[in-house]
Design a protein around this ligand. Structure first.
Ligand SMILES: Cc1cc2nc3c(=O)[nH]c(=O)nc-3n(C[C@H](O)[C@H](O)[C@H](O)COP(=O)(O)O)c2cc1C
Length: 332
């Protein structure tokens, strides 16, 4: 058992989180994560309406009696979804943990707090983490530059970002981005984090609701097979390198504006990748840690393997390094 401030504050067995994932964070994955003793988040905006979100929470509850939460991602959008209605659906669904991401959650926080909901805010910089702590979130999850999805514009990898954040915060910190195994978990704890958040690794599990071809491609990909799109728009996203990502980046280099790439990056096309397994149908999100992923385990196998290997790493490999020095006890 790895007991941390995070596990104690959020009432979960293991300091491992499955962050919100568009098209992936559905009841079957989140329930499997909960049943494994980790903390999973249903992705609110994957559900077409707030009413569907309430049903998805109910469906998840029918699959687990352990705690789980909902992710609410607030991103710049031409036609923003009805955030206030999704927020209300979250409150009405009765979940007690929310992961906010993408933008300052200040507008939503009082509603969650009034409902007794704990909020983990996911961000990509120390300054945003400090602001989140100041406005009253219960924990922050901090994404390093390695992460899948939106790493922000500062390009600071987790090896620096996590301890820098820990230096400034008093609430629990969850390290995110680039973590796929026990070594990443132990490293994050050593950096001062109280837990880890993983996206790509959980997407490549048996219960993840994406096509088998996507999981096999993650296993085949190396750490070099991601691409940063939307750099020119200052809305960077790390995605799998494929025909579409190459075209988007090439057009951005030519100085295009968003209207010229909108058809390439449409969410519906990305969804097709996950549903049909057509890997070049659109843009799909994955992180550099895919280079560390070599199998498609069940969530339970993954989480128990990570925890037991982490315990062994800490109590054997690392402990041995601080054991008696060679020659200790031998008279000089
Ligand atoms: C397919 C996919 C979709 C994602 N969608 C979202 C999202 O909608 N909202 C969000 O806050 N994070 C999203 N993320 C980011 C993850 O929650 C997590 O922060 C990130 O994957 C951590 O980096 P890692 O993949 O290296 O573990 C997504 C990640 C993946 C792989």
């Amino acid at each position: 058992m790895l007991s941390t401030r995070f596990t104690r504050a959020f009432g979960v067995e293991h300091p491992i989180v499955q962050g919100g994932m568009m098209w992936v964070g559905r009841a079957e994955l989140v329930a499997a994560v909960a049943n494994s003793g980790a903390l999973g988040f249903i992705t609110a905006l994957t559900q077409p309406t707030p009413e569907d979100l309430v049903k998805e929470v109910q469906r998840c509850r029918s699959l687990t009696d352990k705690p789980f939460g909902v992710n609410l991602t607030i991103l710049p959008s031409i036609n923003p979804p009805p955030y206030a209605e999704y927020r209300q659906a979250i409150v009405e669904s009765g979940v007690k943990i929310v992961e906010t991401a993408g933008f300052n959650p200040a507008d939503h926080l009082p509603f969650f707090k009034d409902a007794g909901i704990q909020v983990i805010h996911k961000c990509t910089s120390v300054r945003h983490a400090i602001k989140a702590e100041r406005i009253g979130v219960d924990a922050v999850s901090i994404d390093g530059f390695e992460c899948a999805g939106h790493p922000g514009e500062d390009d600071v990898p987790a090896l620096i970002l996590i301890p820098a954040a820990v230096n400034h915060l008093t609430i629990p910190v969850v390290a995110s981005g680039g973590i796929a195994d026990a070594r990443g978990l132990v490293a994050a704890l050593a950096l001062g984090a109280d837990g880890v958040n993983m996206g790509t690794r959980f997407m490549c599990t048996a219960e993840s609701p994406v096509a088998q071809q996507v999981k096999e491609q993650i296993v085949a990909n190396t750490e070099r097979d991601t691409e940063l799109i939307f750099r020119s728009l200052r809305n960077t996203a790390r995605v799998a390198r494929n025909e579409v990502s190459r075209e988007v980046v090439a057009k951005e280099k030519e100085g295009c504006d968003f209207t010229e790439i909108a058809h390439l990056v449409a969410g519906a096309r990305g969804r097709k990748v996950f549903e049909d397994g057509d890997l070049d149908a659109g843009i799909w999100t994955t992180g550099q840690c895919q280079g560390l992923i070599n199998d498609i385990p069940t969530v339970d196998e993954l989480v128990s393997r990570m925890v037991s290997e982490a315990e062994a790493l800490i109590s054997r490999r690392l402990a041995e390094m601080v054991a008696e020095p060679v020659g200790a006890g031998v008279p000089r």
